[in-house]
Write a protein that binds this ligand. Structure first.
Ligand code: GLU
Length: 281
């Protein structure tokens, strides 16, 4: 049975792009007689706020989007992330790192999907693990897992190339998890069969496929949907002035009609759907 999920981070108000993402995930589950999970990715302690969680629930209700079961909160699952982290440490696949962002930016020689790729500074150093972040030794992980493929139901079969990220952080210094580890573990724990999210996270799936292989997790299918973009091709974002869903809701707009318009491809003036993301600033 198909199970999809919408996994917002409560670190700001949702905008039209989130509404589109929620609708895609919800409708794919409903069309196939499957289930749809709401997962709150609230492990970013510095930026997550409970008031944004209530806003997310209100926004989805306003759009007429119902989820199955109780919402899942990542902050309740830190123990399972830590356990997987221990396992990867015991496999010799993680190493502690205390480099700062500035040090990494200065020493990095290439850009990856998330910015400057880690140059491996701490890999061969003795580093005090107390309060350090833990990075995946990508070469060792790739060698252990061998070649891997994954399937996006729009883009087709993909050869996994997680090495474009370099040695990603799997356990942050303030948290026994990172987005990559938590999202991969949750999709497995919740039996998500179709990981539905925007094309901006397409590359992340290379890392998630590798983690599934290392941890013996089931492999879902992915559905990376088009993104709502501004006339300059950039993703919609609240900070760039698009009204949030909450703004629209409080202004008395009809959420059900808005959801119907998004489903029908009737987008507000100047906004379009794009399968190619312009990531320039
Ligand atoms: N929490 C992520 C976001 O809000 C989505 C992660 C995912 O769908 O895998 O962008």
């Amino acid at each position: 049975m198909t199970r999809t999920r919408f996994a917002p981070s409560p670190n700001g108000p949702l905008h039209l792009g989130h509404a589109y993402a929620a609708i895609v995930a919800h409708d794919l589950a409903r069309e196939r007689g499957g289930t749809f999970e709401l997962r709150i990715e609230d492990i970013d302690g510095e930026r997550s706020r409970p008031e944004f969680v209530s806003e997310i629930l209100a926004d989805l209700a306003w759009l007429g989007i119902g989820w199955d079961g109780e919402p899942v909160f990542q902050s309740h699952r830190l123990g399972s992330y830590a356990q997987a982290g221990e396992r990867l440490k015991q496999m010799g696949l993680l190493y502690p790192c205390r480099c700062t962002r500035a040090e990494i930016a200065a020493a990095s020689t290439r850009m990856g999907p998330d910015g400057p790729v880690y140059p491996g500074t701490c890999k061969h150093r003795i580093v005090d693990p107390a309060g350090a972040a833990w990075r995946l030794d990508m070469d060792a992980a790739r060698a252990l897992a061998g070649p891997l493929d994954w399937v996006d139901d729009i883009a087709g079969i993909q050869r996994a190339i997680p090495e474009i990220f370099g040695d990603v952080v799997l356990l942050r210094k303030d948290l026994p998890a990172s987005y990559h580890l938590a999202a991969t573990l949750d999709d497995a724990a919740d039996a998500v069969t179709l990981v539905t999210r925007g094309l901006d996270l397409f590359a992340a799936s290379h890392v998630h496929r590798l983690l599934q292989a290392l941890l013996g997790l089931p492999v879902p299918t992915w559905h990376h949907h088009a993104l709502l973009v501004e006339p300059d091709g950039r993703k919609l974002a609240k900070r760039r002035g698009s009204p949030s869903l909450g703004d629209r809701r409080r202004a008395g707009e009809d959420g059900i009609a808005l959801a119907a318009a998004l489903r029908g491809g009737r987008l507000p003036a100047g906004i379009s759907l794009s399968r190619s993301l312009h990531t320039g600033t």
